[in-house]
Design a protein around this ligand. Sequence first.
Ligand code: AMP
Length: 431
Amino acid sequence: MVIFDTLSGEKKELPTGREIKMFVCGPTVYDYPHIGNARTFVFFDMFAKYLRSTGIKLTYLQNITDIDDKIIQKAKDEGTSWREVSKKYEEIYRANLEALGMDTQHMQFARATDYVPEIIAQVKHLHENGFSYLIEGDGWYFDISKYAGYGELAHRTVQQAEDGVTRIDDSSKKKNAGDFCLWKLSDDPTLQLGDDGLGAGRPGWHIEDTAITEKFFGPQYDIHGGAIDLKFPHHEAERAQQEAASGKLPFVNFWMHAGFLTIDGKKMSKSLGNFMTVDDLLTKMTPDEFRMMLLMHHYRSPLDYTEQAVKMAKDSIHYFMVRVQNLKNQAASNENEKEFEEAMNDDFNTPRALATLRSCTDPAVIAKNLASLGINITVNIPPDVQVLLQKRELSRASKQFEQSDALRKEIEGLGYIVEDTPVGPLVLPKN
Ligand code: AMP
């Protein structure tokens, strides 16, 4: 199996025969998750499901950023505390994960504020190694000029690295414009999460991820993921931090970045009025249809959410349902199975993998392979409904339409609807 790695710019072989460790940046819980966030998280959920379906043992860890400038600002706007804000939106995030069938992350999610001792230890370690400095009354900063590889991940020059601004690093006293905050000092008692010689304060944005992964995975592991917007400065900063703290290279073997989702060609934003939450989405399409829409595009490509993309995904789910219910059991050729695997093993080429399933004639293979991506198209039809269906097919074949209509009504009474398609009836649960 080969996976594209952003740092080397190449597809590389995923090691086999041992456990794979993956960390994916989780949400900053200050607002309702939108469908762009969902694209990234559904992709990594599919990735985990598919890997595990092939027998690979994968540990998938995700954090939750529950303290940060945006959360603090939201608390001010809502006249509440940052803890209330992060608690509320974490619950909404979890409910959305469940609604979208994402269940592959290991353990409880790692909240930044639950790992303050680990964060402080890493900040101190970076200072001991000579990579940071203190701006009095402000915070501890990482000095990017001390880390030779800064900018390599995002393929940026030193000059470009200098223009990076992160969420909490605007200080005129920084040594380099791109230096980022590791530990933010605060006079506000509600923002004093620790001290231990650094001064009372709270973590910077980037440090939580490396402190958490170092605790669970050690200084080096296999895969680090997120969407493409995180490549710079967030992932660049993480790489610098962890390699500077441990002296061990490389921090990770694969940097995986999912493409951005836009709506009708535009970046999603509240001011443009095109911000779509996961809750909004679920009034328009089912979780399986949404997943299908995502997987009909390659994960690294940008994806534009349009009415047409929604319709194509719905049609595709419909197509596979009809085929699975109506294809008579013909064993698939091994060729079909192999083509699906080859497409998936080539950096998760899901558009090609789905195309191979369209020509597959074995309903069991179609359903199994879609399930390995997290798409469920099988309808459990109870035996009494099946008997009525068969009777209905016989009456239709002998053109006894009154009888077939009566049987349709009887089936509806049992909670199922029947849709006649050119290749046979499709049965769906009502609603
Ligand atoms: P945030 O809560 O802003 O930290 O974002 C959570 C995750 O969603 C991160 O991996 C982001 O990179 C990703 N993300 C944010 N916006 C989009 C988008 N429009 N399309 C795809 N992924 C996104």
